[in-house]
Design a protein around this ligand. Sequence first.
Ligand code: BGC
Length: 465
Amino acid sequence: MPDDTNKTFLNSKKNMTLFICFLAALAGLLFGLDIGVIAGALPFIAKDFNITIHQQELIVGSMMFGAAIGAVSSGWISSHLGRKKSLMIGAILFVMGSIWSSITPNSEMLIIARLILGLAVGIASYTAPLYLSEIAPEKNRGSMISLYQLMITIGILTAYLSDTIFSNIGAWRWMLGIMTMPAIMLLIGVNFLPNSPRWLAAKGNFHDAKRILDRLRDTNEQSKRELDEIRESLKITQSGWYLFKSNSNFRRAVFLGIILQMVQQFTGMNVIMYYAPKIFEIANFTNTTQQMWGTVIVGLVNVLATFIAIKLVDQWGRKPTLVLGFLIMAIGMGILGTLLYIGIYSSYTKYFAIIMLLIFIIGFAISAGPLIWVLCSEIQPLKGRDFGITVSTTTNWIANMIVGATFLTMLNTLGNAITFWIYATLNIFFILITITVIPETKNVSLEHIERNLMAGKKLRDIGQE
Ligand code: BGC
């Protein structure tokens, strides 16, 4: 083949991989949309259906509950039916849930619709990063997982924007219904995705696995080498549950995954994601338009700071970035609590409070947001990967649900200031956890981490030479 043609050919292969990754990351966009949309819609829903705080928390929390169930089941679905079918099931549930939530006659039906959306989000949050890591070439794997986080934040921002636009006319049904469009896009897009070569190989279909790798990798030698590696790794059969019962070192990795995801959620990030307009109201921004545009700024800062994280994720190292992030979050939440304690009266304190809120967001977006997902996919030994990631993803959603379902009650029973101080204290505590338990995995091969873990090294040392 002449040189030029060869180049275009390679480029188009690269573009195809990118396109496939983009389609799969659309699942992240929907994850974000569904997390973000409720913040702006909730006040209007509460007014229309005349519901209590507890019912509002149920509407927020039901999606997380569904997501926890979705994450638990997706380990089984994606290993039996494949990553592609699993994403397809997720997409169908996204479409159903979006339509249902927009035409719901009452709050009970809305809770069920949000549960269905939750199932979709849970399946997507397990399958999409897994699929991405199996499709992406080795050298791009880390940034692909961060790309997924970026899509989540873009989804949240888009939801905030749509909420703001529709809030002028209080059209919460449109806010929820508009989600049907990207859900249909995902449903159509998934049909163009190839099956994961790794999954095909695990099912004994090496012929198709090779065919797909040939389409995605630059050269046939590369795809052959990758298939050989997959063949090699398949010699170890994936027996997560048995390994969990029999091997205390693997149990430590599962335990670390649980801690990591709990830490991510108990930073309090989702308190802001779900209740941002409410927080603006507490900070004395009484006008709904101000609250809604303030929320859009929160979403925008989240996206921009995640961009920074993608650039820095492999340079700074996991531990220092996490420590810095928790410190920033503790300062943001702590000062915000103090301002609420003193009382926010002047416009100076009002804006100072919002700056603190944004500082908190930056702290999360550069650290715990992407890094926890990256770490969770790095620490599990190959043999127990499916099991370990199922457990950590499910923990993410259970902890997420607890945070979403308790915030308003905490505000009402403990008061605004104490609620924010509690989250500030937790972030300080997470600095200690980072120093004592979390390993540094930068520039270390996954095999090396696995060897150290299985040799019984302390968790915080499994990334060391
Ligand atoms: C978390 C979500 C959160 C989002 C915010 C993700 O990493 O898992 O719970 O809403 O980041 O950007």
